[in-house]
Design a protein around this ligand. Structure first.
Ligand code: AHG
Ligand code: MN
Ligand code: MN
Length: 334
C-alpha cells in the first residue's frame, strides 16, 4: 500500500527483501548514510554562521584546495560508517588511498565497500549555492574476513549494488537506487525525517536544457563544439536553454526532473576530463540509467568502463536518452 507520508526508514524496511542477497546489511548501510546526511546537512546549513567556510589549507590528491566543509563532510561520513562496522572499506575523493576498516576480525566480515565524493560542488559553499554528496556501493570481490584490496574498489560501474546522492539545496534530498528504479526523499528539517517525495524518478526522453562549462569552449573537442552549436540553433524544440550550476549533483538533479543533458568533456587542457569515474560518474550513471536516461564518455557506456585507478578521471555526458545519443553522434562524426 502506498501512502504520501512514507518515511525513508519505512521505505528501506519495506524494500529490504528485493535485494539480491538480503541480510539486512545493505539496509543498515543506507540507514547510516541517512544519518550522516543529516549531520552534514546541519553543518552546511550553518555555513554562513560559524567558521566553516573557506579553504582548509590543504590540497587533496587531485591537487585541489580542500574546503573546510569538504573535510567535515568526509570525516562525518567516514566516522558514521566506521563506528557502525557497516562496511569493510571506504574510498573518498579526499583520501589518497582507500581506508580499510580495522578492528576486531569480525569487522572484515562486512560485505560492502563504499566510494564517495563527500562534498560535491565545494566551490559553491561560500556563495550559498547547492552542494551535494555522492556515494557508490559494491560487494567486495575478495573473500570476507580478509582486509580489502584495491580490487574491491576497481569494479566496473555496472556491478554497483546501490548508488545515490544527497543534495543540500533549497530543501535537502536523498536520492538513491538499489537497481530497482530511483526514489527521492525530502528532509523535513523540523523533525529530521526524510519523506518519500519523488517516487520512481524518470528522465524525460528529451529535454530542453544543456549544462556545460562553456568557458572551456575553445579547448573542447570538435564534436562537443558542434553539438553545443546544435543546442543553440533553431530547430525542433531548439534552441535549448543553458543551465550550469557547477555542482554535478545539482545539475543532474535538475535535468532529471526537467529533462536535459549534462556534459563535462575532455579538453585540450584536461585530456581525460575532470570528473572522477569511481565516485562521481559511476554512481550518477547508475542513477541516470535507472531513471531511463543515458550516461557515456562520448563513445562508451560509463558503467562498462573497467577502472584502472582510484582517482581516475573520465569525460562525462549524461541525461535524457535522446539528447545523449545526439551528442554521441556528433562525437563520432567529428
Ligand atoms: P568537487 O567539488 O567534488 O571537486 O566537484 C566539482 C565538480 C562537479 O561537481 C562540477 O560539475 C564540476 O566540478 C565543475 O567544474 P568547473 O568549475 O570546471 O565547471
Ligand atoms: Mn565532485
Ligand atoms: Mn568533492
Amino acid at each position: 500500500m502506498s501512502r504520501k507520508n512514507k518515511t525513508l526508514g519505512e521505505f528501506i524496511i519495506e524494500n529490504q527483501t528485493s535485494f539480491q542477497y538480503s541480510s539486512g546489511e545493505l539496509s543498515r548501510l543506507i540507514n547510516s548514510i541517512r544519518l550522516a546526511a543529516k549531520v552534514v546537512n546541519h553543518q552546511v546549513n550553518k555555513a554562513g554562521l560559524v567558521d566553516i567556510t573557506g579553504a582548509a589549507g590543504e590540497t587533496n590528491i587531485q591537487g585541489e584546495a580542500q574546503q573546510k566543509l569538504d573535510v567535515i563532510a568526509n570525516e562525518t561520513f567516514i566516522s558514521t560508517l566506521t563506528h557502525r562496522n557497516i562496511v569493510c572499506g571506504i574510498a573518498s575523493e579526499e583520501n589518497d588511498d582507500f581506508i580499510t576498516i580495522e578492528g576486531q576480525a569480525e569487522d572484515h566480515k562486512n560485505k560492502y565497500v563504499l566510494l564517495m565524493d563527500p562534498l560535491d560542488g565545494s566551490s559553491n559553499i561560500d556563495v550559498n549555492v547547492s552542494v551535494g554528496t555522492i556515494f557508490s556501493i559494491y560487494r567486495r570481490v575478495t573473500p570476507a574476513g580478509t582486509p580489502v584490496t584495491l580490487d574491491d574498489f576497481l569494479q566496473p560501474g555496472r556491478d554497483q549494488v546501490a548508488a545515490g546522492y544527497i543534495i543540500y539545496g533549497t530543501s535537502t534530498m536523498l536520492v538513491y537506487t538499489t537497481g530497482h528504479g530511483v526514489n527521492g526523499f525530502t528532509l523535513n528539517p523540523a523533525i529530521g525525517t526524510f519523506y518519500l517525495s519523488h517516487p520512481r524518478m524518470q528522465f524525460p526522453e528529451v529535454g530542453s536544457i544543456y549544462s556545460v562549462n562553456e568557458g572551456n569552449y575553445v579547448h573542447f573537442p570538435a564534436g562537443v563544439k558542434k553539438y553545443i552549436k546544435y543546442c543553440q540553433e533553431e530547430g525542433e524544440g531548439r534552441p535549448y536553454t543553458s543551465r550550469y550550476i557547477g555542482s554535478l549533483v545539482s545539475d543532474i538533479h535538475r535535468n532529471m526532473i526537467k529533462g536535459g543533458i549534462y556534459m563535462y568533456p575532455k579538453s585540450s587542457q584536461a585530456t581525460k576530463g575532470k570528473l572522477r569515474l569511481l565516485y562521481e560518474c559511476n554512481p550518477m550513471a547508475l542513477i541516470v540509467e535507472q531513471a531511463g536516461g543515458k550516461a557515456s564518455d562520448g563513445f562508451t557506456r560509463i558503467l562498462d568502463i573497467k577502472p584502472r585507478e582510484l582517482h581516475e578521471r573520465v569525460p562525462f555526458f549524461c541525461g535524457s536518452k535522446l539528447m545523449v545519443k545526439k551528442a554521441e553522434e556528433f562525437m563520432s562524426q567529428y
